[in-house]
Every structure is written in structure tokens, then in C-alpha cells.
Write a protein that binds this ligand. Structure first.
Ligand SMILES: Nc1ncnc2c1ncn2[C@@H]1O[C@H](COP(=O)(O)OP(=O)(O)OP(=O)(O)O)[C@@H](O)[C@H]1O
Ligand SMILES: [Zn+2]
Length: 573
């Protein structure tokens, strides 16, 4: 065992396993840095690190392998250099790259004894999950959000996989509803969130807030004519705001007057809806609304603001945020260094167990904030979670039922929205079963002619079966196509169901064998805008991991008599 390590607390068998093990750490961020420090100080001799990112100044408060002088450099490369200073005898390899790169195929994964995920997005987690299943290498998955966190072992044939339980998606809405016809309070909140990002956060062209001239409703009959205020172009909101130096009055007039006037010129939108009323800065700020500024029940927290007060708050907020543009954190819940350290400690303790084939001693473990209801901050499931026999990833014959309008959806949309964004394939090949038609090929250019064809033009109709194959992930999926027509504008473009029992229940409820009714849960599963969760630790623990098992729920809501913190000896025994 290398010098500078503390091997004396480990038994001989474990020491031998540690010396022999080759470990891949995916992600060298908050948790990744802690894991790498623990691995190197525990005597691991063969470590590989992959991370696509470079070091940002905002990482320095918790990613302790990085210093100020490293800002702008590769995380993987600097993490390697830093752990070599703890123990120079380690064989460490760094890849400044994405784990999605086809170079990291099944054979790459097969060389490792164990993979440790320290990622921050679901797409990459799903991908590593599939690669580990294909390579039959155990994976320890982990994550934190603020004071909460989780560690889970994923081992083919022993535990459930990362995708066994449907994850609740952040509910998303068609962009044109948000931009043109928000009708529920939540639409306005999403609009405001998008506006914030366009002005002060991470700019994203998909989150433009100006009117959407691509709204399908506009095309129903005729066109709309541009009014004098029709000078509102879908240029970058950020660029425009910078040009006008974040002048609050100009911003206000654009969002609440000019854009609204422009929307009113889209006459089709208002045939069945109440049209919005434009508000100008001048009028709004002068408006005195005596009745609505009153305090409710003398509470300082509950007041109805008048229009003038709202406008003033808008202007004040813009001015404050404009000054602090450079320091606004991306996440509302800050990453907590101690939570990362605790979780990374548990990851390496579980790694010890996995190396000794003690899988049964690795039930999922949860870190949560101590509260008045519970003194437990670390809780485990009683047992390993069993695989879902209907999992469309790890079952022996993965299958999904996809509900889609075969006359409207193009092959290109099918590939991007459904196969890649939703079913998380990377480079799928798809054939129409029984007909030998190659619908999608992963070879560049081979099926380009199909891209803009509707599915039905290629003979894909209700009842068709597609065979999708992702060579990189060694993953084959049977897709049963069900024709479905959205009834409401806000209905999802498509949905999918993996569990045949759920499918049967839905079909029983179908009238005249036509479209399947969409319920709220199924809307959550299917989404054409569901990439929101990328790099978002905020929703991770609640939404990204499989639903808590009943044992977890019991553990997470223990009565006050329950034991305090799980003792660490229990975990290291
Ligand atoms: N596909 C991927 N391939 C390799 N590394 C990835 C991939 N996706 C994400 N990562 C890395 O996983 C790490 C996750 O770490 P962490 O959650 O601390 O994020 P961060 O970007 O360092 O910090 P924050 O998001 O809180 O500012 C990041 O360093 C990120 O670059
Ligand atoms: Zn599974």
C-alpha cells in the first residue's frame, strides 16, 4: 500500500482488494473531488477520472482539490495532479471529456472493478447506468442537494437500476403557451423564471420570452398582420437588455406593453381567449389603487400589491440584479461542502463493501437535514431495492409503448424528442420490424432522406413495432407504436408507458379505441421539453432518484423515539 495512507484500520482482505481495484470516477465536481481525496488516502492505486468541465471560480468554495490558480483548467487534469500530491505512487489517468463520447464504450467500462458516479445531471447518470449494465460492472450512484443526499449501489441482477422507477419530470409546458398564451399562474411563474435567466442567469434560446410567431394556433386560418408595434423581433433578450443598459423602464415597456401589443396582433390567439391588456410604464407607475395596497389581517407577509407597487419592485429588482450580475449563483439551493463530504465518505465505504462482494450490505442510504420531527440524519433502506421486471432498460426484453401522432411526427422529431431526449439513447439505429425498413441509421447521412418524413410515410402506423438498437450502450429496445391525437393544445406531443399493466388499465378506459386519455402522471413522464433538470441539483434528491421505498419513507419519517444518527461503525463493520 502506498505511503502517506492510513491502511491500518482496514483488514488484510480489503487491503488486497483496494490494491488490486481499478476505479473510474465520473465527474470531478463537489462530490467527485471528495471521493477522489478519499480514494487516494485509502490506498487505491489505480484511478481514472473523467470530467468534461473546466474549473470555475464558483467551484473553489467546496471543490478542495482546486485552487485559484487552476481556474479555467480541466477539472479532471487538476484533480489528478492534486491527488498525486497526497500519494505520488498512485496510477491516475485523467480524461477531459464527456462520458457520452463513443470512445468510452462497453470495453472501456469493462476494465474497471467499480464505477463511482459523481454527476450533476440525469442524462449522464442514465447513460452510465446503461454502460455499467452492459459491461456488468457495479456502479455506486450518489448525489446531494443542499443538506440532503443519497448513495445507492446499482449492480446488474442484484439491485434495481437507475432507470427502474419512472422519475417524476419537472412539469414542462410548450414554449408557445408560456410566451403567447399563459393561462395558469404556473405559466406566469415559468415565464418569469425564463425571463430571469434571459436577463441575469444562463441565457438559453429555448427560453426566449418574446412572442412566438411559430405558434401552431396562428396557422389555423390566415395570418396575423403586424401592427405599428410589430417591431418586436425575437432577438436575444440578453443582447437587447445589454444594449439598453438594463434600463428598467424600457424593459418594462417591452415585456408588458410592446410584446403584449404584438401578441394582440396575432388575432387567432384571442378568438376563444380573453385578450391581455398592455401596460405602459408611465401609466402603471402613476396608477393609485387605494383598495389593494391594504394589509391583509395586519400581516406584513401577506399584502396585495398594486400595479404601481409591482412596477416599482420590478424596476428596483432589475437595478439591484444588474449590479450583481457577476455573482448570481445558478442554483437556489447552495451546494453544501459537508453534505458532499459525508456522501463521498459513504460512497467509498460502500466501495469497500462492493470490492468484498458484500452487496447485501449496501442498501440505499439517505442523508437529510435534522429536523424537529427526526433526529436521524442518515437513514438506510432495510434491503436492496429489487429490479423492476418491466424496466425498459434492465429487464431481459426491454419494451415500451409509445403514443404518438404518426401523421404529424417526423422521423427527426422521433429520434431527437423520443429516442434521445426521453429514452436517453445516444446513437440509435431503428428498423420497422417485419418490413425491413431502416428508419434511422446511426451512420451519418445514411437515412437523412427520412428525417423530414412523417412516421406514417415510412409505414409506421398504429400497431407497428420498431426495433431500436444503440450500439454504444449495447441496448436494444422494442417500441410498440400507438397512434394518439392530442386533444388540447397543452397535451403532450407523445407519451410512453413501459409497464404493460398500466397500459391495459389505460386501454380499458379508452373510448372507441381512439386517443388515450392523458393523466397528470403520464404527462410528467413524457415531455418534449424535459431537459430542464440538467445541471440542476435542486431537484435531485426529490425528483431524480427512484421513489422512496416504503422502508425509506418509514426511515425518513421516524418517530422522535427513533435512534439518532446511524453509527459509522455500523457502516464500516
Ligand atoms: N457527461 C459528462 N461527462 C463527464 N462529466 C460530466 C458530465 N456531465 C457532468 N459532468 C461533471 O460532473 C460534475 C458534477 O459536479 P457538481 O455537481 O459539483 O457540479 P459543478 O458544475 O462542479 O458545480 P455547480 O453545478 O454546483 O456549480 C461537474 O464537474 C460536471 O462537469
Ligand atoms: Zn432497471
Amino acid at each position: 500500500m502506498g505511503k502517506n495512507t492510513v491502511p491500518c484500520v482496514l483488514n488484510n482482505d480489503l487491503k488486497t482488494q483496494i490494491m488490486k481495484a481499478k476505479i473510474l470516477v465520473v465527474g470531478a465536481g463537489g462530490i467527485g473531488c471528495e471521493i477522489l481525496k478519499n480514494l487516494s488516502l485509502s490506498g487505491f492505486q489505480d484511478i481514472e477520472i473523467i470530467d468534461l468541465d473546466t474549473i470555475d471560480v464558483s467551484n473553489l468554495n467546496r471543490q478542495f482539490l482546486f485552487r485559484k490558480e487552476h481556474v479555467g483548467k480541466s477539472k479532471a487534469v487538476v484533480a489528478r495532479e492534486s491527488i498525486l500530491t497526497f500519494n505520488s505512487t498512485i496510477n491516475v489517468k485523467a480524461y477531459h471529456d464527456s462520458i457520452f463520447n463513443p470512445e468510452y464504450g462497453v470495453n472501456f467500462f469493462k476494465q474497471f472493478s467499480l464505477i463511482l458516479n459523481a454527476l450533476d445531471n440525469r442524462a449522464a447518470r442514465n447513460h452510465v447506468n446503461r454502460m455499467c449494465l452492459a459491461a456488468d460492472i457495479p456502479l455506486i450512484e450518489s448525489g446531494t442537494a443542499g443538506y440532503s443526499g443519497q448513495v445507492e449501489l446499482i449492480k446488474k441482477g442484484v439491485t434495481q437500476c437507475y432507470e427502474c422507477q419512472p422519475k417524476s419530470q419537472q412539469r414542462s409546458f410548450p414554449g408557445c403557451t408560456i410566451r403567447n398564451t399563459p393561462s395558469e399562474p404556473v405559466h406566469c411563474i415559468v415565464w418569469a423564471k425564463h425571463l430571469f435567466n434571459q436577463l441575469f442567469g444562463e441565457e438559453d434560446p429555448d427560453q426566449e420570452v418574446s412572442p412566438d410567431t411559430e405558434d401552431p394556433e396562428l396557422k389555423k386560418d390566415g395570418t396575423f398582420t403586424e401592427t405599428e408595434s410589430g417591431n418586436v423581433k425575437r432577438t436575444s433578450t440578453r443582447q437587447w437588455a445589454q444594449e439598453i443598459k438594463y434600463d428598467p423602464e424600457k424593459l418594462f415597456n417591452k415585456f408588458f406593453q410592446d410584446d403584449i401589443k404584438y401578441l394582440l396582433s396575432m388575432e387567432n390567439l384571442w378568438k376563444t381567449r380573453k385578450p391581455p391588456v398592455p401596460i405602459s410604464w408611465e401609466k402603471s407607475i402613476k396608477q393609485v389603487d387605494g383598495s389593494s395596497d391594504k394589509e391583509i389581517a395586519n400581516s406584513v407577509d401577506m399584502q396585495i400589491w398594486s400595479l404601481s407597487k409591482c412596477s416599482q419592485v420590478f424596476a428596483d429588482t432589475v437595478s439591484i440584479l444588474k449590479e450583481e450580475l457577476g455573482t448570481i449563483a445558478g442554483n437556489i439551493i447552495p451546494a453544501i461542502a459537508t453534505a458532499n463530504a459525508l456522501i463521498a465518505g459513504l460512497v467509498v465505504l460502500y466501495a469497500f463493501r462492493v470490492l468484498q462482494d458484500e452487496f447485501q450490505k449496501c442498501p440505499a442510504i439517505y442523508l437529510r437535514q435534522k429536523s424537529v420531527y427526526s433526529r436521524v440524519i442518515l437513514a438506510t433502506d432495510n434491503d436492496l431495492q429489487k429490479a423492476n421486471p418491466n424496466c425498459y432498460v434492465c429487464s431481459s426484453k426491454p419494451l415500451v409503448n409509445v403514443f404518438v401522432n404518426v401523421n404529424n411526427m417526423t422521423v427527426n422529431e422521433f429520434e431527437n424528442e423520443i429516442l434521445k431526449n426521453t429514452l436517453n439513447m445516444v446513437a440509435p439505429d431503428v428498423i420497422l420490424d417485419g418490413k425491413g425498413v431502416v428508419v434511422i441509421s446511426s451512420e451519418a447521412g445514411e437515412t437523412e432522406v427520412n428525417n423530414n418524413k412523417k412516421l406514417s410515410e415510412l409505414g409506421i402506423i398504429d400497431g407497428s413495432i420498431l426495433k431500436a438498437d444503440d450500439f454504444l450502450q449495447s441496448y436494444e429496445l422494442t417500441i410498440n407504436i400507438n397512434h394518439y391525437e392530442a386533444k388540447e393544445k397543452d397535451d403532450p406531443l407523445f407519451k410512453f408507458i413501459a409497464n404493460p399493466a398500466e397500459l391495459k388499465a389505460k386501454q380499458d378506459g379508452v373510448e372507441n379505441g381512439t386517443a388515450v386519455k392523458m393523466d397528470d402522471d403520464s404527462k410528467k413522464e413524457s415531455s418534449n421539453e424535459n431537459e430542464d433538470d440538467d445541471d440542476n441539483d435542486l431537484v435531485f434528491v426529490d425528483n431524480d432518484f427512484p421513489q422512496a421505498s416504503s422502508s425509506k419513507r418509514r426511515k425518513l419519517n421516524p418517530s422522535v423515539e427513533d435512534d439518532d444518527l446511524i453509527l459509522l461503525e455500523e457502516l464500516v463493520d
